[in-house]
Ligand binder design. Structure first.
Ligand code: ZN
Length: 296
């Protein structure tokens, strides 16, 4: 597993989370996903249960913090958004400094500042003031493409996590094994015999906020599954597949599949990705894609 994830997980489960992190990396290297997974794992109330799990960023999915996080309304998460193009001093004052001393609901309040390298110098100085005050429950997670734009005083107070350039593995959302399982279950259904009602139900499920916002990552998981299925079908060599933990699921499916069917799925997936990029109707696009997956 990625060392960055291990380091972050170790910090949580050893009770040594720092007050500020910078997650840096190229576009699409998974910065936002990692920031969110880290925040969710910090806030989950069942950390003792999560701890046993091999230093990945775990969350239980059922405690109040997890449920509200999934719903996008966990009161202990503050997404700092710029009023204009860059994050200015007023954004930091209004969204961070003014509420920093209010007690959180859980143990921590997490401030996620995306594209934080776009903070003006005065914004960085305002943030620095808060970091220097050493508030015990505030945790800052900053994402950045160009960390050299931060003031040295900011850099010296943050733990810097560098992500590798995107490749097929790192673009999958971290800790999204749940999502992966859900998608593989669905693929399993479509390649056996899936009713129209099930297809529409899955499309509506995809339309829910959390899925809709992460649709590109979900498409990436679908693409990866199709890729692994083709490789397994063609080579019968499990070592060549990427999602090795899913080998048994894939092996079960292989007898029901022919390669052209999987290729059609990949084509339908890419068509849907392109349509959504062009702002086509979300539900309709996903429904058509799923129907094409089923060969209907
Ligand atoms: Zn939880």
């Amino acid at each position: 597993m990625d060392t960055t994830v291990k380091i972050l997980a170790a910090a949580i489960y050893n009770g040594r989370v720092n007050h500020a992190y910078i997650i840096s990396g190229a576009a699409k290297s998974g910065k936002t996903e990692l920031a969110k997974s880290f925040a969710r794992a910090i806030l989950c109330r069942n950390q003792n249960q999560n701890k046993s799990n091999n230093y990945s960023l775990q969350y239980c999915g059922s405690c109040a913090a997890c449920i509200s996080f999934e719903g996008g309304n966990n009161p202990d998460v503050v997404y700092v958004v710029p009023a204009k193009t860059a994050i200015g001093v007023d954004d930091i004052r209004q969204q961070v400094n003014s509420g920093i001393s209010v007690m959180p609901y859980g143990k921590h309040r997490i401030y996620i500042i995306e594209a934080a390298d776009h903070m003006t110098h005065s914004a960085q100085n305002a943030l620095l003031k808060t970091l220097e005050e050493g508030n015990t429950f505030g945790i800052f997670i900053l994402t950045a493409t160009n960390p050299e734009k931060f003031l040295p005083t900011i850099l010296s107070r943050c733990i810097i996590c560098k992500l590798k350039s995107p490749d097929i593995k790192t673009t999958i959302p971290y800790t999204e094994t749940e999502k992966q399982n859900e998608i593989i279950n669905f693929i399993d259904r479509i390649f056996r015999d899936c009713s129209i009602a099930e297809i529409f139900e899955f499309a509506r499920h995809m339309e829910q906020k959390e899925n809709k916002e992460n649709i590109n990552q979900i498409f990436d998981i679908f693409a990866l599954c199709f890729r692994d299925l083709i490789i397994l079908k063609q080579t019968a060599e499990p070592t060549r597949i990427i999602q090795k933990d899913m080998i048994n699921r894939f092996a079960d499916l292989i007898p029901c599949l022919d390669t052209s069917r999987i290729l059609n799925c990949i084509e339908a997936l890419e068509k849907a990705r392109w349509r959504l990029f062009q702002n086509a109707n979300f539900l309709l696009t996903v429904e058509v894609m799923l129907l094409e997956f089923c060969g209907k």
